[in-house]
Design a protein around this ligand. Structure first.
Ligand SMILES: Cc1ncc(COP(=O)(O)O)c(C=O)c1O
Length: 386
């Protein structure tokens, strides 16, 4: 007898932060002032040149399907972006435009995951990753990581977790929820380890462009056999446009194209036309000013939270998150997050959204609001802590 929903659904977890956000909204409806530090998206509006490009597209009325892998001119613009920003040569034929990094990850595992194949991920890490894998009957294998390795994987971790069923790994740099960056040499060694074991490495670079301390290196420097996932959501401040991309090894481009054709036909045309304006000097100037603002926020918030008794054990070099150790202040970060929202009107994300390794000892603070609001949040937390 069939059983519905499919058994895999039992392993698809909701976002805990959604409940917190719902409660925050309810409190706001009652007239409470809530400071949102749980939100994983930039608070800045879409840059004006991007809006103008979208407007022109829509006003033309010529809003049709595009090729499944995206507009050729956008794929070429993305390839050119890699040449200009990173000095790396990427053929436009390897660029796949998608509905956000989310669709890129979906296509990746639809293409690569065989039933029972094991995929290494970090714990803590981006919660949806294990679900993408599970949806295609693969098995997500968490690697517990902590401050001793900067919350990033090492080759030693890979050797300890690799077995006959292992198919590959997905890691992010800068990472969500920690903002830490995978060291260039370690990344090279990880790529080589996976190559030697005939596996597939996927690197999520969605927070590229939002690094504050040193120049960024793309994993594409480590070989043309790596899947690199990117998006217009974060650095480009375009979350709601639902557009991203990935660079795939040449031998998978045709398979990915077949999947995209069947799964959603093509990415949104207005979003793609808009994104063509994302690489222009006028837009990059706007984005670089915003990057500087994010850095200012991080440099304000990190020491302020440490003064309150939180510990930031690994240097958050990028993204817009601080993953703080709260064990000096509470034994249960989830209960703490709920109490903080109710009493102080400050919304943050509990560690359990990102895995189970030391999750109840951690909270994620997103600095996706201005410095004045961050300062107000710090004062409210100080008062909450008594
Ligand atoms: C690490 C990571 N990867 C992928 C995504 C998906 O982003 P999008 O689909 O908006 O590009 C997110 C969103 O927060 C993320 O944090």
């Amino acid at each position: 007898m069939p059983s519905f929903p499919a058994p895999r659904l039992a392993e698809i977890a909701p976002f805990h932060v959604m409940e917190l956000m719902a409660r925050a909204k309810a409190l706001e409806a009652e007239g409470r002032d809530i400071i949102h530090m749980e939100v994983g998206e930039p608070d800045f509006p879409t840059p004006e040149p991007v809006i103008s490009a979208a407007r022109a597209c829509i006003e033309s009325g010529r809003v049709f399907y595009t090729p499944a892998l995206g507009l050729p001119e956008l794929r070429a613009a993305i390839a050119a972006f890699y040449a200009v920003r990173y000095g790396v040569d990427v053929a436009a034929e390897r660029v796949v435009v998608t509905a956000g990094a989310s669709a890129a990850l979906l296509l990746t595992f639809a293409c690569l995951a065989a039933p029972g194949s094991e995929w290494l991920l970090t714990d803590p890490g981006y919660p949806c990753n294990r679900h993408f894998i599970r949806c295609f009957e693969g098995v997500p294998v968490p690697i517990p990581v902590g401050p001793e390795s900067n919350f990033q994987p090492t080759v030693a971790h890979l050797s300890a977790h690799w077995n006959i069923r292992s198919a590959g790994a997905l890691f992010a740099s800068p990472a969500n929820p920690t903002g830490t960056v995978l060291d260039g040499e370690e990344l090279r060694a990880i790529a080589e380890f996976i190559r030697q074991n005939q596996g597939q490495l996927i690197i999520d670079e969605i927070y590229h462009g939002l690094s504050y301390d040193r120049p960024e290196q793309t994993a594409l420097h480590c070989g043309d056999d790596i899947f690199v996932v990117q998006s217009f959501s974060k650095y480009f401040n375009m979350t709601g446009w639902r557009l991203g991309w990935m660079v795939v090894p040449e031998r998978f481009a045709r398979d990915i194209e077949k999947l995209a054709q069947n799964l959603y036909i093509s990415p949104s045309l207005p979003a793609q036309r808009a994104a063509l304006a994302a690489f222009t000097p006028a837009t990059i100037d706007i984005l670089e000013a915003r990057r500087a603002e994010f850095r200012r926020r991080r440099d304000f918030l990190a020491p302020a939270l440490e003064n309150l008794g939180f510990r930031i054990a690994a240097r958050p070099e990028g993204a817009f998150y601080l993953y703080v150790d709260c064990r000096n202040l509470t034994a249960d970060s989830e209960a703490f997050a709920h109490a903080l929202l109710e009493s102080a009107g400050v919304a943050v994300t509990p560690g359990i959204d990102f895995g189970s390794h030391a999750a109840r000892q951690h909270l994620r603070f997103a600095y996706t609001t201005g410095v004045e609001r961050l300062a107000e949040a710090v004062e409210r937390i100080r008062h909450f802590l008594g």
